[in-house]
Design a binder for this molecule. Sequence first.
Ligand SMILES: Nc1nc2c(ncn2[C@@H]2O[C@H](COP(=O)(O)OP(=O)(O)OP(=O)(O)O)[C@@H](O)[C@H]2O)c(=O)[nH]1
Ligand SMILES: [Mg+2]
Length: 429
Amino acid sequence: MNASFIVIAAVVLAVAAWWLIDKRRTSHVRKLPTLAQVTREQLLPQFQVVALGAAGSGKTALLASLHHELQTPAGRGYYLTLADPSARELTGIYLQLADPGQKWHAGTRAGQEREFVFTCVSRSGHQELARITYVDYAGELLTEIQPDADESVDRLQAYIRDAHALLLIIDGLRLYQYFAGQPQGAIRLEEAISTFVRTAYRASCPVHFVITKWDLLESIGADDRDRLRKVRDLLLSNPHFRSLVTEHSRDRIIRLIPVSAVGSGFARVDEHGHVVKQPTASAKPQFVDLPLATVIPDIFRQLELQTSRTARETLLAEMDKRLALGAGHWLSALKLGMAGPTGAFIKNALGTVPVAGTLGVHGMELFVQWLSRPALQRYDITQEQLLEAGDVTQRLLLARHTVLDEFERRVAALESILPESNLSDGPRM
Ligand SMILES: Nc1nc2c(ncn2[C@@H]2O[C@H](COP(=O)(O)OP(=O)(O)OP(=O)(O)O)[C@@H](O)[C@H]2O)c(=O)[nH]1
Ligand SMILES: [Mg+2]
């Protein structure tokens, strides 16, 4: 009796120990859902963009102008939707911004910071393709000690940690002051660069330096390219900035993007150094779609640099084989078949590449689609063939693919008009 009790107890203990060890071994492996388990919402790849910049550097104006510009397709294959009351709020800010008869909008106060969740929708078929969360906050949180703002600062740090792209805002007014020989321009620029460089060094996602108020810089060069070259040379003359670019450009994407929320001739700097609206001007925002259009291609280019070459080559060889059998075979390999080649590649990357973990399964699926582009071209597979071959889920994949192509073309156009915008040595288009 005593002996059998000891045996039973030993067996129970051994089973419990095995269960515990197995649980610990598998608990860090993310359980991937099957298609039947995921809802429509979960099927959408999610991206988070955080714009960091000092108070008054133009973050809210850029956001409002970007929303205004992208709320209809206007010649693009996609547009953005935003739910109320956020949409109403940004529309209100843009209308005030673009009205030469009204004062500028008020600055964002600590505690007023918000997430704006945009949905990227395809023009044809109005398919929801991805969610892009954009965080707007009070610039003082970055540089000043604010009483009672600890919670806001913590939230901002969490956003930065989870960001898929960081937009580091360089105030064009400071650059204007620098080129006009005013000492406060150099001082503020130095301040902004040292704050940013610290953050950018720690980030594992792509980093875009966004130059706001581009319209104020017209006098520094003959055209956009000449102006951007001058701004890039100035930034690279800062040893911290130069060191960031040198260190990170091999496996990270670093970009320089000029934007104007109001466009050429809308405002000027008066004799007191204030930015004033011109009474009869009308707003024509310039390049404001770029901070968003470059996000997804840049994340993917960076992932391409960071995922194992062998894993990528195995996946692409498999995709190639399927494409040789026809469009339908390729599409079924892309669908949430976690047992197939896509699934194996995604599981591997989720465990080993920093940005992949935060992108999740559907962001990574989109990445696999993006990687297959050369094979699609090689087999000369047309959109029509793909559409005929696909079912409803596959059409969603396809719509995502088409918009991704458009983002890519926009990045290619940016790099051909303004090659100085690419600060990295990484692969170019
Ligand atoms: N000329 C010109 N001025 C701009 C532009 N964008 C912003 N401004 C000016 O910069 C000011 C500040 O812009 P905001 O968008 O409020 O700046 P912010 O970074 O959101 O500031 P906080 O909310 O205080 O952190 C505006 O009131 C305008 O005077 C632009 O594209 N061109
Ligand atoms: Mg603001």
